[in-house]
Design a protein around this ligand. Structure first.
Ligand code: PLP
Length: 380
């Protein structure tokens, strides 16, 4: 494995220091919750090794009432990131090939790269509404392809793979005898009806998710993968046992408490997501220098700065942070142009969101950005 740190982690707000950021529009979750939000007593928790698959009640709650799924199909992991790592390192070697729909969450690209396998990218484009073209996916599949990796709702765009297209992707991957990895970390944040867990559509489909985004508790690092295939489950469990044997019993107890109040929190979340979404939508509709592909889920979007703004993005981000205290997720976090950036509109308060958006508009027109842009152009 050739590990390399990812810009999205190096430049993450927690690594920069939360107190340095006035308006944090870079986060991709609902607001983080304190432990006091839980009606939970941890004092009598026996600090033993837990069930290697994960606490049975936790796995039961995750399987929920999804048709065909039981607790046996769920492996609790260290966040969705841990699940993605287990899947990539269990399934891929240098001689294998992977199809990644990009942009994608950085780990879905970086771990396969560290393994050194062959990767084909299917690039989603702003000007095509980030729509997925299944013919491109099919054309990218090779005899040694192990899996196709997609994310829906999508980070950073918030765009969703429609249900009929997901079904077609399930059928396409089955036809070619390859696995389908669906990173559905934002599934419960889809606007309108929440789609069924992808892994319930076939035993060649693997779902990944966590409590970080929808539940706002990334600090307990609890996620999972779901597969109906017992051979894959045994392989993934072997990987988990070699990485850390079992998960944290404390984290899993908190995770159970979080999932027990799933319905209450979902309603609360939806209200916050709707309010933040309305604020961003209004801003974009009245801001001539910014355009977007309107998201259909999650709590994030990936707007684009108009070429007419004539700015150097590096200068823009610097001035945005230093003069307007606003931090967003620049395009390079997702291997995209820095003329685009991710906004998380549910983590900040509505007041901070409004001030951050106003900061973006001001920075786009700031003379210091224009001056720095002119210097950058002269240097070219
Ligand atoms: C699509 C997606 N997958 C996985 C992760 C990893 O999240 P975690 O490990 O906190 O569950 C993230 C985090 O941003 C994400 O956006």
């Amino acid at each position: 494995m050739r590990y390399a740190r990812m810009p999205i982690e190096i430049e993450s707000p927690e690594q920069m220091g939360y107190d340095l950021i006035r308006y944090n529009l870079s986060e991709s979750s609902v607001a983080d919750r304190p432990l006091s939000d839980f009606d939970i007593q941890l004092d009598d928790t026996l600090l033993c090794y837990g069930d290697h698959l994960g606490d049975p009640e936790l796995r039961n709650l995750i399987a929920g009432d999804t048709p065909g799924l039981t607790a046996d199909h769920v492996l609790a992991t260290t966040g969705a990131a841990g699940a993605l790592f287990i899947i990539a390192t269990s399934l891929l070697s240098k001689d294998d090939h992977l199809v990644v729909v990009r942009p994608n969450y950085a780990t879905n690209i970086e771990t396969p790269r560290a393994i050194g396998c062959g990767i084909s990218y299917v690039d989603l484009e702003f000007d095509r509404g980030y729509a997925l073209d299944l013919a491109q996916v099919e054309a990218a599949i090779r005899p040694n392809t192990r899996y196709v990796s997609v994310t829906s709702p999508h980070n950073p765009t918030g765009v969703v793979i429609p249900d009929d297209q997901m079904q077609a992707l399930v059928a396409l991957t089955q036809k070619h005898g390859v696995l389908l990895l669906v990173d559905e970390t934002y599934r419960e944040m889809r606007f309108g009806d929440i789609p069924q867990v992808a892994a319930s559509h076939g035993d060649h489909v693997i779902s990944v998710s966590s409590l970080s985004k929808t539940y706002g508790i990334p600090g307990i690092r609890t996620g999972w993968l779901i597969t109906q295939n017992p051979v894959l489950m045994e392989l993934f469990l072997a990987a988990k046992e070699q990485i850390g044997i079992a998960g944290s019993v404390v984290d899993e107890k908190i995770a159970v408490a979080a999932l027990r109040q799933r319905e209450t929190w979902r309603v609360e979340n939806q209200a916050r997501i709707n309010a933040g979404f309305a604020i961003v939508k209004e801003w974009i509709e009245t801001e001539p220098l910014i355009d977007w592909v309107e998201p259909a889920g999650s709590c994030i979007c990936f707007p684009r700065i108009s070429a007419d703004a004539g700015i150097d993005p590096e200068a823009f981000y610097e001035v945005l942070f230093e003069s307007y205290g606003t931090y967003v997720g620049p395009g390079h976090w997702f291997e995209q142009s820095d003329m685009q950036f991710r906004i998380g509109y549910t983590w900040p308060t509505q007041d901070a969101l409004r001030k951050g958006l106003a900061g973006i508009s001001a920075a786009l027109r700031d003379p210091a950005v224009a001056a720095r842009t002119a210097i950058a152009e002269t240097a070219e």
